[in-house]
Ligand binder design. Structure first.
Ligand SMILES: Cc1cc2nc3c(=O)[nH]c(=O)nc-3n(C[C@H](O)[C@H](O)[C@H](O)COP(=O)(O)OP(=O)(O)OC[C@H]3O[C@@H](n4cnc5c(N)ncnc54)[C@H](O)[C@@H]3O)c2cc1C
Length: 439
């Protein structure tokens, strides 16, 4: 049986970007359908960490029961122990363009850092599980007037001569087919985007060795009985090129999760990492062993673990910026991870997903005849620095000596940490999401 529906906008993907876009469009009085292929609430391999300005960016208060019980207030940064060779230093000086006084400062800092590591800083962060958070976002879209269907998967679409879209959707609940005619189509369907793949299959790697991914291991354990040595309010950032190819590997606590740990009553601990090749699971296991030895988290027999992984076919780390960022064509707008916005260097993607979705939706409302030009223009200031950082980070994570130089330069010499705190504070005071930056 085929059912046909007509709407102004079809939004594909019931996650941060899709729900955000649907909410703004429905509030703007466009008839909006939001579809999600999974049964909701669905789990997702995501750490669910954000800066407090994320709430400002969403334009609403995140209810307390959507956040995890455990609050995050600190970071603990592990720096590689391997000291950079003379060659590495020379290469890094060249890449980062450091001045002679910075070279001297680096040599002094390098000696000090070994004594300081791990470095502890204060940093307030939001902490939540994506099943609870995304479910809340979907409900906010529904309250604003969007029609939401979970277990509905977009299979394909065609753009008609009059620029409208006809999409074929599989209703997984009863195996019926739904045909949706829409004036606009928003691709919020994540890093494996069906829509982007149909438009640009060449953006997706077919080389299975290049299909990197992320792993999160979740452990439910009793901190008192199991001897876990982690500060429950800290996000541990472990910089080691053997564990992660683009950023830090992470350890932290979620608190007693309503869905995953309600039977044990013990908090949920997360140990995770990402890697840009097919061996990402092996690297993740190495890190779990390290976490067990160093902090007693995730040791076999001590806690109950279940892994959650996400494979990336849209390889944002190796695509050139030109092919990495793709915002759509005519009345089809691509947002969030589907647009290539996950930022491996910062380890974040939910803020850019929400921001891009707002921009796309506002452009449809404000400039209905040229939404794509409006949206692309708004995205440029975000993507230009993002692309540059990603290509540089390949050199920084080449090995542990280069990485040690980079982390010292990043956190101690360049004052990037300070810049980040300043950026977070500035966003926190801002009420107009158009003026916010990604920190
Ligand atoms: C291990 C890991 C840890 C992370 N940690 C953080 C973090 O701490 N903080 C942070 O800010 N970011 C983090 N990220 C990044 C963050 O998860 C993403 O950037 C963010 O979820 C992107 O949101 P999105 O809405 O664009 O896409 P997604 O969250 O990927 O959602 C896409 C949705 O579309 C649905 N879908 C896909 N195809 C179809 C289809 N054909 N039809 C219908 N529905 C479809 C999917 O089921 C999914 O629900 C992490 C990512 C990973 C993998």
């Amino acid at each position: 049986m085929v059912i046909t529906k007509n709407v102004d906008v079809l939004v594909v993907g019931g996650s941060v970007s899709g729900s955000m876009a649907a909410e703004v469009l429905a509030k703007g009085k466009l008839s909006t359908m939001l579809i999600e292929k999974e049964k909701t609430p669905r789990t997702k391999a995501c750490s669910g960490i954000q800066f407090p300005y994320f709430e400002k960016l969403l334009g609403k208060t995140i209810p307390k029961d959507v956040l995890s019980q455990n609050q995050m207030t600190k970071t603990v940064i592990h720096i590689p122990e391997e000291e950079p060779s003379v060659e590495t230093r020379k290469d890094m000086y060249k890449r980062t363009g450091v001045t002679w006084w910075k070279r001297m400062a680096y040599n002094i800092m390098d000696k000090q850092v070994s004594k300081m590591s791990p470095i502890k800083t204060d940093m307030s962060m939001y902490n939540f599980m994506r099943n609870t958070f995304d479910d809340w976002m979907n409900k906010e879209a529904i309250t604003s007037g969007a029609e939401f269907h979970d277990q509905h998967e977009l299979v394909s679409f065609v753009q008609n001569q009059d620029t409208t879209f006809t999409s074929t959707i599989k209703n997984k609940k009863d195996s019926t087919t739904l045909t949706v005619n829409s004036k606009y189509l928003i691709a919020a369907d994540g890093p494996l985007s069906t829509i982007r793949r149909q438009m640009h299959p060449e953006h997706f790697t077919t080389d299975s060795d290049k299909k990197g991914g992320a792993m999160n291991y979740y452990f439910s354990a009793n901190p008192n009985k199991d001897g876990i040595k982690v500060d429950e309010h800290a996000l541990y950032q472990v910089y080691d090129a053997n564990f992660n190819s683009d950023m830090f590997a992470w350890i932290y606590q979620k608190g007693v999760d309503r869905v995953n740990t309600k039977e044990t009553g013990f908090p949920l601990w997360v140990v995770g990492t990402t890697f840009d090749n097919a061996q990402y699971k092996d690297h993740a296991e190495k890190f779990v062993n390290w976490a067990c030895k160093t902090y007693n988290v995730g040791c076999e027999g001590v806690a109950k673990a279940h892994p959650s992984s996400e494979n990336w076919a849209l390889d944002v780390a190796t695509l050139t910026p030109k092919d990495r960022f793709f915002f759509g064509d005519k009345n089809l707008l691509v947002v969030g991870d589907a647009a290539g916005l996950i930022d491996a260097y910062r380890g974040l993607g939910m803020d850019s997903a929400a921001l891009s979705a707002q921009y796309a939706a506002k452009c449809i409302l404000d400039q209905p005849n040229d939404a794509i030009a409006c949206y692309t223009k708004k995205m440029m200031p975000i993507t230009t620095p993002m692309g540059k950082k990603t290509s540089n980070s390949k050199h920084f994570f080449a090995n542990n000596t280069a990485l040690r130089f980079h982390v010292i330069d990043r956190f101690v010499l360049s004052g990037e940490g300070k810049k980040m705190v300043k950026c977070i504070g500035k966003n926190q005071k801002e009420n107009d999401s158009d003026k916010m930056q990604l920190c």
